[in-house]
Design a protein. Structure first.
Length: 144
């Protein structure tokens, strides 16, 4: 009798996992999204290297990872928007409105950086999509 129901296991287990991913609350250990400016960035740039340490666009999500944390490990100050981040210091910028922001950024090759803050994903498809994108970003980066 139990063998008759075993065929359901390969179907119900993935369905239960997808249901959990779509309906369970999304919780992260921290709301900070950290980006570090490594030592020697300024010297490499002055030597003519095309240093790509920060992405052109940073994606954040309200209520989940909505605090941009920049840590300057370089030997010289770095500018981000109106803020000068001294060597060894960090700068936290919390976002409260979903929108697109543009900042001057001396650590970026183009001198500009965009921060896109998305609204908090709702339950169902938006939560499932957010979890999938986060998984792909964290586990399938280029070069891995």
């Amino acid at each position: 009798m139990t063998k008759r129901w075993l065929w359901l296991l390969p179907v119900t287990l993935p369905a239960a996992l997808v249901a959990w991913a779509a309906l369970a609350p999304i919780e992260l250990p921290t709301r900070d999204e950290l980006f570090e400016i490594p030592p020697g960035t300024y010297a490499r740039r002055m030597a003519g290297d095309k240093v790509e340490i920060l992405p052109e666009r940073i994606d954040l999500t309200l209520g989940l990872n909505d605090v941009l944390l920049l840590r300057n490990r370089d030997e010289v100050p770095q500018q981000f928007g109106p803020v000068l981040i001294m060597p060894g210091q960090s700068f936290r910028l919390p976002f409260e409105v979903a929108s697109s922001y543009s900042f001057a950024c001396s650590a970026h090759a183009s001198g500009q950086m965009a921060v896109v803050v998305a609204p908090t994903p709702g339950r169902g498809w938006p939560a499932l999509q957010w979890r999938w994108q986060r998984f792909m970003k964290n586990h399938w980066k280029e070069g891995r």
